[in-house]
Ligand binder design. Structure first.
Ligand code: F3S
Length: 655
């Protein structure tokens, strides 16, 4: 049997381990990316590791998320990140250049490479046949040292696309259909490999909408073949030399297969409060919409915005709607200006925002109390837009524009009628406007050594966890429901994002919206445990959702299931992720129960731990779904301690 594209790329980067799905494999990582609201901890960790230069082919630090300088904290972070990048040989993409994933695939990505990014939407780069995996910031720091990275060998699922999208339908409908079928946790441990005749016509930025939002499936990543569309894209980016054809074998073996006929898709909508709550847009109950946001790394490419503008042509934003648009990159913005689309948007009353993630992560444009917001971004968790009373719906840019005009959920066809066919004529530019003036290249090593890293007063320290002990007897500081997201644990927004360099301050807001008394209670308890439901820690890769609880003394999370990236972050930051062997035990435990672990250090390597609920007087078993390497990291007290040991041993051997 032949090989999938995923298998070929992993094989070409294989260092050691097993390539059996579910087992641990170690791979060489070519590229990394970070962004400003997660990266300070990454570079503090890299500083603590003690290397003077990154050991990847290329690492990029993007300043793209929090560009609202509401106080000194974010500009201080940006100055720190720029100086750390200069010191360590990292590229910097300056504020205003564009959203990390969009810029990375355009200016740095290449088929067949492996990239790890400190952001859950890193799989965006799968659109050019690159294996791109979202991880926590500590993992990025580790990857930058050049040590092989651990990966749970994924199952590879073929997604066979046939047919052709109808005019007015966007690739957003494909990923929403995937979410409807697979759900937000159905993709755990999988790579989705998109193949079939329907793929050939999808341009790279349209593919990126799918690979980007594949993160919402809980998947390891998603990938497309590096075919003629990728060739065309890289050529248009002036980087034809980066192209290599990379396809799965015709008789490639897959672990599963999903069939989607694109011709049968219609405009879809994801309803509050989970991305998989998807239905056909025509079936959703009509509501008065107050806010529309067109943008984000998921859906703000040239063709996306040009199509939205075409829907607006001759119309105006409804008087009860505030409609904003944030284009994904400076390159795209200039092309849209050149081709007259920005003018159409302005004439229609659309408010053009800065080139940044912005509203996607609640940095501006918070919806009104009990507001109804329609967005082209990728997440609609309660509070994701900055206001937990608001309802967020996710749609394509074409449907978002129609909704802004009508003041209620609508599709492009509802506004354009037969003319909707015009949308099918809009494609990506033949040649992009290349301008890398906002990218700072790494300094030569001797010059880099002289760079002073600049730390403003808000940049505190990287908290170091303590290693686990043989006996632990601690109360439950919080019991959560299912699907707690990292936004619930560590809120987004301009205000909170700027605190991410200051853990003592930010930890006070841990679970701020979900359980406002948690931080004070955990602090008072000293050491404690969190009990969670299904899919604990879904959503954003933000490692602060592990660092803050760790700083507040949380020693373990016992849940029914834990999302992939969050589990990695817990391991890295010294919180032991545990799973109920019998999920019904979850119902028996209450907040503030006292849980006891005996012989913990002996039990961890067996992956089975007996816990006693001393308050209720019963024992229950938890499983540790950890690889050998993760067990070592847990016993070391986190990734930093483990990595330092590894590097010291490596140096000894080299000496
Ligand atoms: Fe993209 Fe939104 Fe994150 S724009 S990079 S998903 S904050």
């Amino acid at each position: 049997m032949g090989k999938s594209l995923t298998r070929k790329i992993i094989e070409s980067h294989y260092v050691k381990g097993s390539m059996v799905p579910g087992e641990e494999v170690f791979i060489k990582v070519d590229q990394t990316l970070t962004h400003d609201i997660n990266a300070v901890m990454t570079y503090l960790a890299f500083e603590a590791i003690g290397l003077d230069r990154i050991r990847t082919e290329c690492s990029v630090s993007y300043l793209d998320h929090n560009l609202l300088y509401v106080n000194n904290m974010t500009p201080d972070d940006h100055i720190y990140l720029q100086s750390a990048a200069e010191k360590f040989g990292v590229h910097v993409s300056r504020p205003g250049n564009g959203i990390c994933h969009t810029v990375h695939v355009s200016r740095f990505g290449a088929p067949g490479k492996i990239s790890m990014g400190g952001d859950s939407h890193t799989p965006h780069g799968g659109s050019i046949g690159m294996l791109c995996i979202g991880v926590g910031g500590m993992d990025v720091a580790t990857a930058m040292t050049g040590v092989p990275m651990r990966l749970k060998m994924p199952r590879v699922v073929k997604v066979n696309l046939t047919g052709e999208l109808k005019p007015g339908c966007n690739t957003k409908e494909i990923i929403l259909e995937m979410l409807r079928r697979v759900t937000i946790k159905g993709g755990l441990g999988n790579v989705y490999e998109y193949v079939g005749p329907g793929v050939a016509k999808l341009e790279v930025p349209a593919r990126a909408t799918i690979s980007n939002m594949g993160a919402e499936l809980g998947a390891t990543t998603s990938i497309f073949p590096a075919d003629e569309q990728v060739h065309k894209f890289l050529k248009a980016q002036g980087r034809e030399e980066a192209y290599v054809e990379l396809l799965p074998d015709e008789d490639a073996e897959y672990d599963d297969c999903i069939e989607i006929n694109l011709s049968e898709l219609e405009p879809m909508i994801s309803c509050p409060h989970q991305p998989d709550n998807v239905m056909p847009l025509k079936d959703v109950e009509k509501r008065k919409v107050q806010q529309v946001f067109i943008g984000s790394c998921t859906n703000a490419s040239y063709a996306d915005i040009a199509k939205a503008a075409t829907v607006f042509k001759g119309h105006h934003v409804n008087e009860n709607v505030s409609c904003t648009c944030a284009v994904a990159s400076k390159q795209t913005y200039r092309e849209l200006m050149r081709d007259g689309y920005v003018d159409i948007l302005l004439q229609a009353g659309v408010r053009m925002l800065e080139i940044a993630c912005g509203p996607c992560c609640a940095i501006g444009q918070t919806p009104a109390t009990n507001g109804v917001a329609v967005r082209t971004s990728n997440r609609n968790f309660k509070g994701r837009a900055g206001n937990p009373t608001a309802d967020i719906y996710l749609v394509s840019p074409e449907s978002a524009a129609a909704t802004a005009i009508m003041g209620t959920f609508a599709s492009a066809e509802d506004v354009m009628g037969e003319d909707v066919k015009e949308l099918a004529k809009i494609t990506e530019p033949e040649e992009y406007l290349i301008d890398d003036s906002m990218i700072i290249k790494p300094l030569p090593i001797e010059e880099a050594k002289k760079v002073e890293i600049v730390k403003g007063p808000n940049i505190k320290f990287l908290p170091i966890p303590e290693a686990p002990q043989q006996h632990l007897c601690v109360p439950v500081s919080l019991k959560t429901l299912d699907n707690v997201s990292t936004d619930d644990i560590t809120p987004a927004s301009a205000e909170f994002s700027s605190m991410r360099s200051n853990i003592p301050l930010m930890s006070q807001y841990c679970y701020h919206r979900y359980a406002p008394d948690f931080a004070a209670r955990a602090k008072e308890m000293g050491r404690s445990i969190i009990v969670g439901g299904e899919n604990y820690g879904q959503g954003s890769s933000r490692e602060h959702a592990a660092i803050n609880p760790m700083y507040l003394g949380v020693k373990a999370v016992i849940a029914k299931s834990i999302a992939r990236i969050h589990k990695g972050n817990l391991v890295n930051h010294g919180i032991i992720p545990m799973l109920f062997a019998d999920p019904s035990d979850y119902d028996k435990i209450d907040q503030e129960d006292e849980l006891e672990f005996n012989n913990l250090l002996d039990q961890i390597p067996t992956r089975k731990v007996i816990v006693t609920d001393k308050t209720k007087g019963f024992d229950f078993e938890v499983n540790l779904d950890l690889s050998d390497n993760e067990v070592e990291v847990v016993l070391s007290g986190g990734q930093l301690a483990y990595l330092k040991k590894q590097l010291a041993e490596q140096e000894k051997q080299e000496a």
